[in-house]
Ligand binder design. Structure first.
Ligand code: TYD
Length: 206
């Protein structure tokens, strides 16, 4: 079996976790060994970096520092988990990947799409996702959902303006790569969203 790499993207609170669980069941039924990862995180080192990135006390963090920390967490995750899994024919579903950096750091923080790709090329090597689902949600709705669930982290505490740039940035990025990135309206009922994800994966698997 050839490995498959699927990523789930979208603004904070767009419901990625729920859909990942459903997709995991589907791919398992199809006979895949499924690995689920999340970014930033997914290895001991990457989770430690996550603790630094999302710490609410580090409000002075420079955008370049932020971009490099996300890329470092990613490099370790690719080296330790994603790369070996894909190479041994497994299915990897990642909650966020390089598109998050392109949108949050490249577009919303203004560091530039090309700069973010160039820094991240060291981290991701040849492991670009086969299929990416963008759960598209208005910024206000995402933050409202998050606030009801937990204490907000450093990124979630950013202004509404920032989160609007994130939502808009994702749409822009998806338009640049319509073959890989499938946009789904995250305000739809859970099962309807899942139906679209399933058919997107089926389409890729042929
Ligand atoms: P997380 O708790 O995983 O958010 P969510 O549950 O919404 O997925 O926190 C990750 C935060 O980091 C989220 O606000 C998005 C942001 N982020 C970036 O800014 N750049 C990145 O490269 C990644 C992976 C995440």
């Amino acid at each position: 079996m050839k490995g498959i790499f699927i990523t789930m993207e979208g603004p904070d609170g767009s419901g990625k976790t729920t859909q990942i669980k459903k997709l995991e069941e589907y791919l398992t039924e199809k006979g895949y060994d499924v690995i689920i990862t999340r970014e930033p995180g997914g290895t001991k080192i990457s989770e430690a970096i996550r603790g630094v990135i999302l710490n609410r006390d580090f409000s002075e963090m420079d955008p370049v520092t932020e971009m490099l920390l996300y890329a470092s967490a990613r490099a370790q995750l690719v080296a330790e988990v994603i790369g070996p899994a894909i190479e041994s024919g497994k299915a990897v579903i990642s909650d966020r990947f390089v598109d998050s950096s392109v949108v949050y750091q490249g577009i919303a923080r203004g560091l530039g799409i090309e700069n973010v790709y160039s820094v991240n090329s060291h981290a991701i090597r040849e492991f670009m996702p086969d299929v990416t689902f963008l759960l598209d949600l208005p910024a206000e709705e995402g933050i409202k959902r998050k606030k009801n669930q937990k204490e907000l982290d450093r990124m979630e505490l950013e202004s509404l303006e920032f989160h609007k740039n994130v939502a808009e940035g994702y749409r822009k990025l998806a338009a640049l790569d319509t073959k890989r990135i499938k946009v789904i309206d995250a305000t739809l009922p859970i099962d309807e969203i899942y139906g679209m994800i399933k058919s997107g994966v089926e389409q890729f698997l042929g």
